[in-house]
Design a protein around this ligand. Structure first.
Ligand code: PMP
Length: 438
């Protein structure tokens, strides 16, 4: 496949944009190097690059594009909003409508506040939890990624792990020492951490279904245990649902009990939730919310400050509202699940046929491919997967016209635009790729 224009654009980008990319996970550094593909158009489940090559897209922009590219409802909403002016700096009625929709979908959101990114949303939930509890420490789980604010760039999965910087430079030791990391799915580890630091812990922060070292569901009882242990010491529970909300069903992953490995919604209800990605329909957004008394800490009601010139802007809110309304159509998630199952089964059978060890974790329309012969239930097991083989697989799939995220840690995301024939073509491509891996 000829990608000479992408290569030329990359060389030019390198002269002006640090590393040639505006988010490090877009670089091909972890998959053997070379120029990332420069896309110029997306439609439905497909992308076209600068050289006019077509790809089936499983990146979905790292999650948000669940309806596929240029979905008519979202595009129309953006268009209509733009005609009324892009930004006001005043409240709008649209924000109320959107907040109501989110509260309907996620009942634990008593009050919400919109931000511009998932990073800001998570960062603020931490500040609010600290303000509410008067404590400073945060417990997170190894390999979870919670954006790029100082506190959470410790043992961070996703891009930081992919690029070998799970503990970022530039984060002061004093900040990093406020973060305690324990293995995901390990309640004993959490118990021990809380025995030692419980009285100083403001919150336990977790992705209820992990999306950042592959897709990893919580073991049955894990989220119940997190909530019980945290509350026993007076710490709050923050769910980072930036990837997961509206990904597996119409609402939070934590209320998708089958996926969350839980039996009782009340037993896993968080105190605060951070949102992003899908709720912007492709435009920049974040949101956070939760219990009334905790959210009352936030200015102008309370002393914890958070703000944003672009927060709640009519373009993002309109796109997000259109996306969320569209996702409410009956059958959306069942269809994503059925497609996901086909993709998982086909990839697994193809890998087995060629003797390639492959562990596929899947929750509905999201899956991950770890090149290893053991289950992946935590970050250590994900790290053990063979990154070199993933890198070769990634490049082979790219040449087949299938775009994955360039990292062994990232998920494949199906969209409502993917058709059965796209999945069949992907499996056929993977079969050829596996045959060349040996
Ligand atoms: N939390 C999670 C779980 C994420 O996956 C991400 C982004 N991948 C973020 C937070 C940060 O969101 P953003 O990139 O919008 O700042």
């Amino acid at each position: 496949m000829n990608r000479s224009k992408s290569e030329a654009l990359y060389n030019e980008a390198l002269q002006h944009i640090v590393g040639g990319v505006n988010s490090p996970s877009r670089s091909f550094k972890a998959v053997g190097g070379g120029a990332p593909v420069f896309m110029k158009r997306g439609q439905g489940a497909y992308f076209w690059d600068a050289d006019d090559n077509r790809y089936i897209d499983y990146l979905a922009a790292y999650g948000p594009i669940i309806l596929g590219h240029n979905h008519p409802a979202v595009t129309e909403a953006i268009h209509k909003a733009a005609l009324n002016g892009a930004l006001y700096g005043t409240p709008t009625e649209l924000e109320i409508e959107f907040a109501k929709q989110l509260k309907k979908a996620i009942p634990s959101l008593n009050k919400v506040r919109f931000t511009n990114s998932g990073t800001e949303a998570v960062m603020t939930t931490i500040r609010v939890a600290r303000a509410y509890t008067g404590r400073t420490k945060i417990i997170k789980f190894a390999g979870c990624y919670h954006g790029h604010s100082d506190l959470v760039l410790v043992a961070a999965g996703s891009g930081p792990s992919t690029l070998g910087v799970p503990d970022s430079a530039g984060v002061p030791q004093g900040v990093a020492s406020e973060v305690i990391t324990v293995p995901f799915n390990d309640l004993d580890g959490l118990r021990q951490a809380l025995e030692r630091w419980g009285a100083e812990t403001a919150a336990v922060l977790v992705e209820p279904i992990v999306g950042n070292f592959g897709i990893v569901a919580p073991a049955p009882g894990f989220l119940e245990g997190v909530r019980r242990l945290a509350h026993d010491v007076g710490a709050l529970v923050i769910y980072d649902e930036v990837i997961t909300a509206f990904r597996f069903h119409w609402g939070a992953a934590s209320t998708f009990l089958e996926g969350a490995g839980a039996t009782d919604a009340a037993a896993i209800e968080p105190d605060l939730t951070a949102l992003g990605k899908i709720i912007g329909g492709g435009l920049p957004i974040g949101a956070y919310g939760g219990r009334e008394d905790i959210m009352a800490q936030v200015a102008p009601l309370g002393p914890a400050y958070q703000a944003g010139t672009h927060a709640g802007n009519p373009m993002s809110v309109s796109a997000g509202l259109a996306c969320v309304v569209e996702l409410a159509r009956p059958g959306t998630y069942e269809r994503l699940d059925a497609l996901g199952r086909k993709l998982q089964d086909g990839l697994q059978a193809a890998a087995n046929a060629h003797g390639v060890p492959l562990t596929i974790n899947r929750v509905r329309g999201a899956l991950s491919t770890h090149f290893c012969g053991h289950p992946v239930t935590n970050y250590d097991e994900a790290q053990d997967a063979d990154g070199e083989t993933f890198g070769r697989f990634f490049k082979l799939m790219l040449d087949e016209g299938v775009l994955l995220a360039p990292s062994k840690y990232e998920a494949w995301f199906l969209t409502t635009a993917h058709a059965e024939e796209d999945v069949a073509a992907t499996i056929a491509a993977a079969e050829r790729a596996f045959s060349k891996l040996k």
